[in-house]
Design a protein around this ligand. Structure first.
Ligand code: MG
Length: 306
């Protein structure tokens, strides 16, 4: 099944959801009304050993990353994290590895408490055999920001004329030795809240960048039914990354957002630089230029729509 077919099938299923579902599947988090006028956001992210990080990475890296990936989704909605439910399935060798599970849980708790969002439940299971894959999932709960009028920021709010911006820098998150930014990033929760409180309703749409900047910016275009035009030369790069690496590497855990052009744009917030990298036009699909020359990306992760 191709990506747009999966999205279409989700849309079809969403039509059958009740009115308590405020934000259906398809955004960084969903939102459901739990009482009159009270809504909660939630989402779940999985971490698979050997896929999202090296299978032999320390327990602390596993615990921190599974929580921080979910916090990045909270940032993408400009929401306030409130707590976590954590689950993990361990192969026997990790279950019997003295202290591994404890160090995993300690690191997860430390990452979540950084944002006052305690781990308040969970489950641990084992494959019961050696050689199985470690899998953990973090279910995060969050609430709309009361200091932003209870508004949350969706992928689908981009408007023609918006400026496309990013936080931080891109590319080379996963170093050849398996280490790098993808293991020690700070989720942009505080930045997102300050951005939203500063720009208010001028902040039209937002997504966090996990699959690659081009792929995730394309999600904004698709969900907003607009065309995204990016200038590759303006994308801030990490280290010696090339423009193509910055657009496609992924695991940057930065934010890509679109802002109404009327009014000023801060250069940085919460110590994080903001860089304009493109504009929103009418139409669909995505166009990328590099110093004015059309740039075609060949890597999977996003699909040409024309
Ligand atoms: Mg996300």
């Amino acid at each position: 099944m191709r990506e747009f077919e999966i999205i279409e099938s989700i849309r079809t299923a969403n039509a059958a959801l009740g009115t308590t579902v405020v934000i259906p599947p398809g955004d960084d988090l969903g939102m459901i009304e739990i009482a009159d006028g009270v809504s909660v956001l939630s989402g779940v992210d999985q971490l698979v050993g050997g896929v999202h990080l090296a299978a032999d990475a320390p327990a602390e890296d596993h615990g921190r990353k599974v929580v921080n990936r979910s916090l990045s989704d909270v940032a993408a909605m400009a929401a306030v994290p409130v707590g976590f439910i954590l689950s993990a399935t361990l192969p026997r060798e990790l279950m019997t590895n003295e202290g591994w599970a404890e160090r995993f849980a300690d690191a997860a708790r430390e990452a979540s408490s950084r944002f006052d969002a305690p781990v308040f439940g969970g489950d641990v299971a084992t494959h019961g055999r050696t050689g199985g894959v470690f899998v953990a999932s973090a279910t995060v709960l969050a609430v709309p920001d009361p200091h932003a009028g209870g508004r949350v920021v969706l992928r689908g709010g981009a408007q023609v004329g918006d400026i496309v911006c990013v936080s931080g820098c891109f590319g080379g998150s996963l170093r050849p030795d398996g280490r790098g930014h993808h293991l020690d990033f700070l989720p942009r929760v505080e930045f997102a809240l300050e951005l939203h409180r500063t720009l208010g309703t001028r902040l039209h749409s937002m997504i966090d960048v996990s699959d690659g900047l081009a792929a995730d910016a394309a999600h904004i275009g698709r969900e907003s039914s607009v065309s995204v035009v990016l200038r590759a030369e303006d994308v801030p790069r990490r280290g010696s990354s090339t423009a193509v690496q910055a657009l496609t590497d992924g695991e940057d855990y930065e934010l890509c957002f679109t802002v109404s052009p009327d009014g000023s744009l801060p250069e940085a917030l919460s110590g994080v630089p903001i860089t304009p990298i493109g504009i929103i036009e009418s139409g669909d699909g995505m166009r990328i230029t590099d110093e004015g020359v059309a740039l075609e990306l060949e890597r999977d992760g996003w699909e040409h729509s024309g």
